[in-house]
Design a protein around this ligand. Structure first.
Ligand code: GLC
Ligand code: CA
Length: 564
């Protein structure tokens, strides 16, 4: 009886601690740490080089933790720093439970983790789950013979006569099937041939990959960014994808990836991964290329039991400043039922300063974009260098291109080198990133666009990021308030309220190159005030403004508190 009772107590205690981990709220609204955190993506090759071999490393990141803390960053997502032949610059992993010597050692990682923790900064790792490197021990075994222990860990199939099993095309160019002469079969790879797809239908693969996440949780990581989740499963019948007219940038037929992306089985894996994440108070961020809100909803899960933070890339697809377009996209994400995630650019996408800059007002536009995604309801994921207004530095000649897709697709597709250049720390040679030769060149603009200079300049882009991040950490309406669009028919000025109980913050963004005049009647939203108290603005002016006539300079920002 006693035994039974003790067993029950243990069971309940175990259950409670698991439940606790799931619901460790940081405020009375029940929000979790990742809902109040600001995330920052670090491309480790390019952040800071501590040993002057031209490639950034973990000790380099550690040396910049104080900078990140002062900026207002709460969590860093480090793109893959595992052992890798670097065909896809780390997204071809040859050992999931180690650090590539070029980036340091596991001891360096542990030190980085501890130093980050001291400063209240969490570490998110990149989980490359769809594929490994062809140099991973699993694949080396898999390709050694048809009867090898790990043969079925990857996607091996017979061809159709002398042709591949079907018409699937690799998103990085050429067929998605590569012939292996030794064993007389094809293996499948959604990306480069050096990135064979793992067979997620094999329970042994499932278990091994889940153990990888547990291994890193034990080392103290606070979650994962899940790489390429859309591509985990393929149609077992290997049906041909429908082909659309024309060719893509790499010269391949354009296909609708109906049989090799976004299969329903993906969601089963995500639900299971979420359970393990919850046991560790961790967050899962998804590289989810959703085409609309209904797809985004699926990634949150029917019961909110899949990804806490599926990245919605809609902002990265808006290619010009347009109040109407941003308003539409924000409303869509806000209505998806989960916690929104906002991204302006990353290591695969041209920097936002290039997408929105007009060449004349780039600094003002960068401040405008910062003010947009740092004041919305949801979690922003910054990309290193965005906070200083770094621009792309695309290769000028094919022979300079490092990213393989840029060599295949030149000149139409120049690859992703341009958005991956070294962080610009100061105006010394190579922007203070390295005293060696940087793996990618630093653009001449580093002389003025750099951290040290911008820290000294009160009007810099960096100061705007610092002030906005400080504001969003302390302002309840910005942290927890709902999102209410106002003046919705204005095609030039994007305005919204963030309302929290008796407080509200009004955000006004002039997305046009012309001065604008706006007025607000916030009575219907429950805020009768006729004026706002300035919290942040890129214009001059007093500490109060009238809501019946607010004058805005081109591309300017106004953020103010309004009361009932
Ligand atoms: C993701 C990564 C990208 C990589 C690809 C293959 O899209 O963001 O950089 O090339 O996955 O792993
Ligand atoms: Ca280095």
């Amino acid at each position: 009886m006693l035994c039974k009772f003790v067993g029950l107590v243990l069971l309940v205690a175990g259950f409670c601690s698991a439940a606790l981990a799931q619901t460790q709220a940081v405020d009375a609204e029940g929000h979790q740490w990742w809902q109040h955190a600001v995330f920052y993506e670090i491309y480790p090759r390019s952040f800071m080089d501590s040993n002057n071999d031209g490639i950034g490393d973990l000790n380099g990141i550690a040396s910049k933790l104080d900078y990140l803390k002062n900026l207002g960053v709460d969590a860093i997502w480090i793109t893959p720093c595992y052992p890798s032949p670097q065909v896809d610059f780390g997204y071809d992993v040859s050992d999931y439970e180690n650090i590539d010597p070029m980036y340091g050692t596991l001891a360096d990682f542990d030190r980085l983790q501890q130093e980050a923790q001291k400063r209240g900064i969490r570490i998110i790792m990149d989980f490359v789950m769809n594929h490994s490197s062809d140099q991973h021990a699993w694949f080396i075994d898999s390709r050694s013979s048809r009867t090898s222990a790990k043969r079925d860990w990857y996607m091996w199939h017979d061809g159709k006569g002398s042709a591949p099993p079907n018409n699937w095309v690799s998103t990085f160019g050429g067929p998605a099937w590569t012939w292996d002469a030794k064993t007389g079969q094809y293996f499948y790879h959604y990306f480069y041939a050096q990135q064979p797809d793992l067979n997620w239908r094999n329970p042994a693969v499932h278990d091994a990959m889940f153990d990888v996440t547990r291994w890193w949780y034990k080392r103290g990581v606070a979650g994962f960014r899940l790489d390429a989740v859309d591509t985990l499963f393929e149609d077992p019948g290997l049906h041909d994808n429908p082909v659309l007219p024309g060719k893509d940038k790499l010269g391949d037929p354009v296909e609708e990836n109906v049989y090799n992306t976004k299969l329903p089985e993906v969601h089963v894996v995500l639900r299971d991964l979420r359970k393990v994440a919850d046991e560790n108070n961790a967050v899962l961020i998804g590289e989810t290329w959703t085409k609309d809100v209904s797809e985004l909803k699926q990634y949150y899960g029917d019961h909110g039991d899949e990804l806490q933070m599926p990245m919605d890339f809609m902002f990265t697809k808006v290619d010009r400043l347009s109040a109407g377009e941003f308003r539409r996209q924000i409303a869509a994400v806000d209505s998806a039922g989960g916690w929104p995630v906002f991204v302006l650019s990353n290591h695969d996408i041209v920097r936002s300063s290039v997408r929105y800059g007009d060449g004349k007002n780039n600094r003002a536009i960068e401040k405008l974009m910062a003010s947009l995604y740092l004041t919305l309801r949801g979690t922003p994921i910054m990309y290193y260098g965005e906070e200083i207004g770094m621009e792309n530095n695309d290769p000028k000649r094919k022979e300079d291109v490092k990213d393989p897709i840029g060599r295949v697709g030149w000149p139409e597709e120049k690859g992703r080198d341009g958005e991956r250049t070294p962080m610009q720390w100061d105006d010394s040679p190579n922007a203070g990133f390295t005293r060696g030769t940087p793996w990618l060149p630093v653009p001449p603009s580093y002389k003025t666009v750099n951290v040290a200079s911008e820290l000294k300049d009160p009007a810099s882009v960096l100061q705007v990021y610092r002030r906005l991040l400080a504001l969003r950490h302390e302002n309840r309406a910005l942290l927890d308030g709902d999102y209410v669009a106002v003046n919705e028919s204005d095609t030039n000025v994007l305005s919204y309220l963030r309302r929290f109980k008796n407080e509200a913050v009004l955000v006004v963004l002039n997305m046009s190159s012309q001065p604008q005049r706006v007025s607000f009647d916030l009575g219907p939203q429950g805020f009768a005030a006729k004026s706002a108290s300035t919290l942040f603005t890129t214009m001059g002016g007093g500490s109060k403004v009238s809501l019946s006539h607010l004058s805005l300079q081109p591309f300017s920002v106004y953020v103010g508190a309004v009361s009932k």
